[in-house]
Write a protein that binds this ligand. Structure first.
Ligand code: ATP
Ligand code: MG
Length: 354
């Protein structure tokens, strides 16, 4: 099979399963993020792909060739991959151009070819004018670009990035996300990007694999992951959400204060079962009067908390049945704490989760 394939991949340290049963297939040229909280196994997965550690179960293959398995692995230097770490360590005693040329010299490319490739990549990362500077004379973002250029210029089979932006300040991090994606669009190198920052993953990636306690919970495009999370963990990790608990009845689902036909939510199964749905705060509408909205659920209650965040209001609404819902509203929708209000809920925005 073409591309990078992790199959039943696991890594145990002592009696801890750092990575467990990971299946993930990247198409050639695809950019996939491993996203999850600290300790969920992202770096361990990346280090197995790089060949720094061996799996205790499962395999890693690239274009049909097995690279890693519990019985033997191809060493990192024979995988043709590039890896960028959090501390992007570029050589302090070499200029920008020398840093970028280093890997090409190791590969014994012809001097003219090296000059050509270094020139090209420095143009892409917009460091042409700084080619003769030393790292100490560069900003953090410029140093990070050198690290990127150095990793990409050798045309690696796979590019691995482990939280490469976490040393930068917030503004620069935001800028560099787009830079990383732009460079990816230029070279289309199969890439695995490790981060615990959901926006970073959403900006850079074709698909995101959300990890929790060593396992992948869901792999999807950013939009799908946000709008159709499959588990409570994913719904909570990608943005914020409200969880509604209900109970399956014969042909309907009963929530506090309303019920919906089972088929509207696509929930099957036996009566009496507990069900949970996720509803994003942005998809709820807070109204001062009872809304006339056919096909929508309306709940009466009041505003119990609020915070003004500049671009939005963040309200907490409590229904008469004391269901609490977080609602995000535009700055012009001002409600006082204690004000009577209605929440309008669109059933098509309710996503069943497990
Ligand atoms: N060499 C090791 N020996 C023992 N346990 C390890 C080793 N490396 C990692 N672990 C454990 O494996 C689990 C996963 O670690 P990993 O570094 O992959 O997490 P991570 O998702 O990269 O976290 P972070 O976001 O904090 O970098 C953790 O519980 C960690 O303590
Ligand atoms: Mg890590």
């Amino acid at each position: 099979m073409e591309g990078l394939v992790l199959s039943g991949l696991g890594r145990r340290f002592g009696n801890v399963d750092a990575v467990l049963d990971v299946d993930l297939a990247l198409n050639p040229g695809e950019f996939v993020s491993l996203l999850g909280p600290s300790g969920c196994g992202k770096t361990t997965t990346l280090r197995m792909i790089a060949g720094f550690i061996d799996p205790t179960s499962g395999t890693i293959s690239l274009n049909g060739r097995i690279l890693s398995s519990p019985t033997g692995s191809i060493p990192p230097e024979k995988r043709g991959m590039s890896m960028i770490f959090q501390s992007y360590a570029i050589w302090p005693h070499m200029t920008v151009a020398e840093n970028v040329a280093f890997g090409l010299k190791l590969r014994k490319l012809h001097t003219d070819e090296i000059r050509k490739r270094v020139g090209e990549i420095l143009e892409v990362v917009q460091l042409n004018a700084l080619a003769e500077r030393y790292p100490a004379e560069l900003s953090g973002g410029q140093q990070q670009r050198v690290a990127l250029a150095r990793a990409v210029v050798v045309r690696p089979s796979v590019l691995l990035l482990d939280e490469p932006l976490s040393n930068l300040d917030a503004n620069l991090r935001e800028e560099m996300r787009f830079e990383i994606r732009r460079i990816h669009d230029e070279f289309k190198i199969t890439s695995v990007y490790v981060t615990h920052d959901q926006s970073e993953a959403m900006v850079t990636s074709d698909r995101i694999a959300v990890m929790n306690q060593g396992r992948i919970e869901q792999v999807d495009e950013p939009y799908k992951l946000y709008t159709k999370p499959r588990t409570r963990f994913v719904a909570n990790f990608i943005g914020r959400t409200n969880f509604l608990s209900g109970r399956k009845e014969n042909n309907s689902i009963a929530f506090d204060g309303f019920s919906l036909p089972s088929e509207v939510l696509g929930i099957a199964g036996t009566a009496g079962r507990d069900v949970a749905v996720s509803v994003r705060p942005q998809s709820l509408r807070l109204c001062a009067k009872e809304p006339i909205a056919p096909g929508q659920i309306t709940l009466r209650g009041k505003v119990v908390e609020r915070a003004f965040l500049g671009e939005t209001w963040d309200y907490m609404f409590a229904s008469e049945e004391s269901m609490r819902l977080r609602v995000v509203a535009p700055p012009s929708d001002v409600f006082e704490i204690g004000a009577e209000a209605w929440v309008q809920l669109d059933p098509s925005q309710m996503v069943p989760i497990s």
